[in-house]
Write a protein that binds this ligand. Structure first.
Ligand SMILES: [Zn+2]
Length: 278
C-alpha cells in the first residue's frame, strides 16, 4: 500500500473512454488528478459502451437482473480496461441492503473474497493493488471514500444503507488504528435518485427527518439521500470541500443511467469502481 501525502481535493469530471466491448464510447465520471497523483482510480460508469441489449442496454454491470451473464462479464471487463485495469480481477458483491463491509487486503485470495461477498455485502474496502471493487446501482446512492493511505472503499447506500450509516462505517474502516483522519479523506457521490423523485411513505420520511434533520427531508413525502450522507459524513469529520458529487438524478437521466423507479424494476445497473494501481 502506498502512502500519498495529502490527497488533492476531489473533483469528478465526465470522461469518454474507448470500450473493448463495443464501438460505442464508454462514459464515466472519474477523478483524473487523484489517479495521476496517487494511483487510486475511482469511477462512476454510465450505460453506454457495452454489449447488453434492450432494457439492459448497454453497459449493464449487474449479474442478478436477468441479463445475459456473458454480456455482463464483457461489460465489466470493458469498464476495467477503459479505466486502466485491463485484465484485473473485479470483485462484485451480492448486495443485500445491509451494512456489511468486506476487505480486499491480501490476507485472502481473490477467490476467497469472491466466495465471501457472494454471501452478501454492501461495501468493499480495497487495499490490494490490481484488484478492482465494483458495486452496482439503479437509483441507490453510490459512495466511494478514499484515504490518504491509498486505500479506497465503495459502498451501496440505498435508504437502508443510509439509515445504517454505511458510508461512515466505510470511513471508519479506512481510518481504523489511526491509519488516516476522516478530515483528510475524499468522498465521491455518484448518480442517485434525487429528492424530487424520491417519494417515500410519511413514516419513512419522518424517520429520516428525526435521524438526519429536517433539512434532509424537504417536504412531507420526500427524502434527500445526498443531504443525509453529507450530514452523516460531516458529523464524522469530513469537510464539505472533501465531498464531490456528480449531481445527477438517475430517474431524470435514464438516457445515461439506469433507474429502477423510472423503468418499473426492469433495468440494468451502472457501477461504482475503485482500484489501486500501486
Ligand atoms: Zn429526478
Amino acid at each position: 500500500m502506498s502512502t500519498t501525502a495529502g490527497l488533492p481535493l476531489p473533483r469528478l469530471s465526465r470522461g469518454r473512454f474507448a470500450s473493448t466491448a463495443s464501438q460505442e464510447p464508454l462514459y464515466a465520471y472519474t477523478d483524473e488528478a487523484l489517479f495521476a497523483r496517487t494511483g487510486v482510480r475511482v469511477a462512476f460508469s454510465e450505460r453506454s459502451g457495452g454489449v447488453s441489449t434492450g432494457a439492459f442496454g448497454s453497459l449493464n454491470l449487474g449479474s442478478h437482473v436477468g441479463d445475459d451473464l456473458a454480456a455482463v462479464e464483457a461489460n465489466r471487463a470493458a469498464l476495467a480496461s477503459a479505466l486502466g485495469f485491463a485484465g484485473a480481477p473485479v470483485v462484485v458483491p451480492k448486495q443485500v441492503h445491509g451494512d456489511r463491509l468486506v476487505a480486499i487486503d491480501g490476507t485472502r485470495t481473490v477467490e476467497e473474497v469472491r466466495a465471501d461477498v457472494a454471501q452478501g455485502a454492501d461495501g468493499l474496502i480495497v487495499r490490494t493493488p490490481g484488484v478492482a471493487g465494483l458495486l452496482c446501482y439503479a437509483d441507490c446512492t453510490p459512495v466511494i471514500v478514499v484515504a490518504p493511505t491509498g486505500a479506497a472503499a465503495v459502498v451501496h447506500a440505498g435508504w437502508r444503507g443510509v439509515a445504517a450509516h454505511i458510508a461512515v462505517s466505510a470511513l471508519s474502516a479506512l481510518c481504523a488504528d489511526g491509519a488516516a483522519r476522516p478530515g483528510d479523506c475524499n468522498v465521491y457521490i455518484g448518480p442517485y435518485i434525487h429528492a424530487e423523485c424520491f417519494e417515500v411513505s410519511a413514516e419513512l420520511r419522518d424517520a429520516f427527518a428525526r435521524d438526519f434533520g429536517e433539512d434532509c427531508a424537504p417536504d412531507a413525502r420526500h427524502v434527500d439521500m445526498g443531504a443525509c450522507l453529507r450530514r452523516d459524513l460531516g458529523e464524522a469529520g469530513v469537510a464539505p470541500e472533501r465531498i464531490a458529487d456528480v449531481d445527477v438524478c438517475t430517474v431524470c437521466t435514464t438516457e445515461r443511467f439506469y433507474s429502477y423507479r423510472a423503468s418499473s424494476g426492469t433495468c440494468g445497473r451502472h457501477g461504482a469502481f475503485a482500484a489501486l494501481s500501486r
